[in-house]
Design a protein around this ligand. Structure first.
Ligand SMILES: NC(=O)c1ccc[n+]([C@@H]2O[C@H](COP(=O)([O-])OP(=O)(O)OC[C@H]3O[C@@H](n4cnc5c(N)ncnc54)[C@H](O)[C@@H]3O)[C@@H](O)[C@H]2O)c1
Length: 292
């Protein structure tokens, strides 16, 4: 659990037998936050580098884990965890998932029973039973399910007025080369701008689970995945990821955001910086589900 987390731990799931965290201290005698990294691809390896090179005064790596050992070559041997089921031995305050939603399905409850958890693959939360179980586990354990704002900006504007929105629409546009079509059986022929899905965020994210994570964060921030509309457009030749948010409140207020971001693979190039700042924001107090 992060230093900023509040609440006495009442565990829904028995915690591991591991002793509590013994983080190293900074020169000023302050405790560094121990971060476990699951998934060392584009985002995970960049986070590892940021922690080592820029944020070592505040954060330290508790462990790194990836199914592909080749991804761990740049890490120190003592950082590498061979079996994710033994994460408790590394006494992480916070675990960040930068792999796939499968990690949350397999380990999310155990992570939350022991400390704070920040999953990037939010598509795990389209399953309402799992979302409820994770939130309840965090509340019982006095830990936090941290929802990163990720590829979208301005989610605090949605969250602050949650419940007052009459309609919220999030539209993502990407070149098909940066879309993961595995869930729909491969990339179709696309000649011009094509709407791949237009429905609730839950429906959209079920259809394209690797591409719409920040849309899910917007849904969670604004009042639920079924009340938020998600539109996903494949646009050949687009050299950025376009993320647009259009929210209208019952009192006639409006919130509009448009972000155009360079992209690498399925992720925007700003993601490592966005996630590091979510981790730093997570050092403030809180309990249960929280947008960071
Ligand atoms: N929340 C957001 O706004 C947002 C934005 C961009 C990407 N994402 C998500 O973040 C995740 C990581 O993105 P990326 O660009 O770094 O992907 P990536 O493909 O570059 O890296 C993923 C890494 O995870 C590893 N991996 C896969 N399954 C694993 C498992 N079960 N356990 C451990 N490791 C596993 C892979 O070997 C790979 O090294 C993706 O799921 C992506 O959809 C979220």
């Amino acid at each position: 659990m992060l230093a900023g987390s509040s609440g006495t731990k009442r565990t829904l799931i028995p915690p591991t037998d591991a002793p509590r965290a013994v983080s190293t201290e900074t020169a000023a005698g302050e405790r560094r936050v121990r971060v476990g990294l699951v998934g060392m691809g584009y985002i995970g390896s960049a986070l590892h580098e940021l922690i080592r090179d820029r944020f070592g005064a505040l954060l330290e790596v508790a462990f790194v884990f990836d199914l592909d050992p080749g991804r761990l070559e740049g890490c120190r041997p003592e950082e590498v965890l061979d079996d994710l089921g033994r994460f408790g031995e590394r006494q992480a305050d916070l675990i960040v998932e930068a792999a796939t939603a499968e990690v949350t399905r397999a380990h999310g409850l155990a992570f939350l029973a022991a400390g704070d958890y920040l999953p990037l693959s939010l598509s795990a939360l389209v399953d309402p039973a799992l979302e409820r179980a994770l939130s309840e586990c965090a509340e019982h354990a006095g830990t936090r399910l941290l929802i990163p704002h990720g590829a979208l900006a301005g989610l605090e504007g949605l969250e602050e007025r949650r419940g007052s929105w009459e309609s919220v629409t999030v539209t993502f546009r990407k070149d098909p080369l940066h879309i993961d079509f595995a869930s729909v059986g491969g990339r179709p022929e696309i000649d011009g701008p094509t709407t791949l899905v237009d429905g609730s965020v839950r429906e959209a994210a079920r259809a394209y689970p690797r591409n719409l994570n920040a849309m899910i964060a917007a849904g969670l921030a604004s009042g639920g995945l079924d009340r938020c509309r998600g539109i996903f457009v494949a646009e050949p030749g687009l050299d950025v990821h376009v993320a647009e948010l259009d929210a209208r409140a019952v009192d006639g207020s409006e919130l509009r955001i448009c972000k155009r971001q360079r992209i690498a693979g399925v992720s925007g190039t700003e993601l490592p910086d966005a996630v590091i700042h979510s981790i730093l924001r997570a050092t403030s107090p809180g309990i249960g589900m929280q947008i960071v």
